[in-house]
Design a binder for this molecule. Structure first.
Ligand code: FES
Ligand SMILES: [Fe+2]
Length: 329
């Protein structure tokens, strides 16, 4: 008994937390809502172990740069956009979209090496995304319905959760919790997943807890994006939960919901999107008190945890880096 108290129950190998050894998952992370980023505006946003400054260039494309000025460290998130480049509020040095210092305010030549880190950026599904890497290792997925046939709504959830994004991703292969906590039933046995180095997807049919017939394709991209394509009682919707990483051990969640434009008149499409947002909010609320208090770690698993166990292996192998480390703090 004493030995058992000392050693505790058996555990699996630990999973690397975001920021461990100064490294972060090489994944696409949502930075802000696209509509928040008006032309001419600069947003300062916490990201990874530092901050980024986000703005639109003259071409309208978003840029995500490390925020602390290489001159004396002012936060460029409180700077402004002048002639399509980012200008520091302190001594008016200017930085182009690639992060190069193109001018100082006083007219001294910009020192060589005075640069910011420029993240790969995507604008999709109403969000500005940054990839933690020099170049993206994978592309953001599409729904099975062409984008021009969709009505898409994107929103930011107010609350942040005190876990890494990949902890929330673990819910998707956690079939036990889908059944026990969410009351969803699966037809047939537990699903088989399709794996790549940067994604996991599976299909299942069953019943939602209200008894509605569901036909789902769900999965995870990287360590930061939940994907769902669902026929719910005969009507299709798409859903994404992109998970932002404002700091190690924090997650900021967005919702992207999509319905077919030809579902009916615009009011009916909007009403259906309301319904989908409520449905997904309910599921998040069921998870919420657990995710607020959990100390997540691989423990003793059972047969029904096979997919989850495979996802732990995926997470342990997942590429991690921090090319912006020298720029972010
Ligand atoms: S601190 Fe930014 S220009 Fe001096
Ligand atoms: Fe869940």
């Amino acid at each position: 008994m004493a030995a058992q108290r000392r050693d505790g129950p058996p555990r699996g190998a630990p999973l690397p937390a975001e920021g461990d050894e100064g490294l972060f998952s090489q994944s696409w992370f949502p930075i802000c809502l696209a509509e928040e980023l008006e032309p001419g505006a600069v947003l300062g946003v916490p990201f990874l172990d530092g901050r980024v400054a986000v703005f639109r260039g003259d071409d309208g494309d978003a840029r995500v740069l490390s925020a602390f000025c290489p001159h004396l460290g002012a936060d460029l998130g409180v700077g402004d956009v002048v002639d399509g480049v980012l200008r520091c509020a302190f001594h008016h040095w200017r930085f182009d979209g690639a992060g190069r210092c193109v001018a100082t305010g006083i007219g001294d030549p910009p020192p060589s090496g005075a640069a910011l880190f420029s993240y790969p950026v995507a604008e999709k599904f109403g969000l500005i995304w940054a990839f933690n890497g020099e170049t993206p290792l994978w592309e953001l997925p599409d729904f099975p319905v062409p984008e021009n046939e969709l009505v898409v709504r994107t929103l930011a959830l107010e609350e942040e959760f005190p876990v890494d994004p990949w902890v929330l991703c673990c819910n998707t292969p956690d079939v036990q919790h889908i059944k026990a906590l969410h009351g969803i039933t699966f037809d047939g046995g537990d699903p088989e997943a399709e794996w790549t180095d940067h994604s996991m997807l599976y299909d299942f049919q069953g019943l939602h807890k209200g008894g509605e017939v569901i036909d789902n394709r769900v999965g995870i991209y990287g360590t930061s994006l939940y994907y769902q394509s669902t026929d719910f009682a005969g009507r299709w919707f798409g859903f994404l939960a992109p998970f932002g990483l404002p700091a190690p051990g924090r997650v900021k969640t967005y919702f992207v919901v999509a319905a077919r434009r030809d579902l009916g008149p615009p009011e009916e499409v909007e009403a259906y999107l309301d319904f989908v947002v409520d449905l997904e909010r309910q599921i998040v609320m069921e998870d919420e008190r657990i995710m607020r208090t959990i100390r997540f770690r691989p423990g003793t698993l059972t047969k029904s945890d096979r997919l989850l166990g495979n996802f732990f292996r995926y997470l342990r192998r997942y590429p991690r880096a921090h090319p912006a480390a020298g720029f972010m703090r």
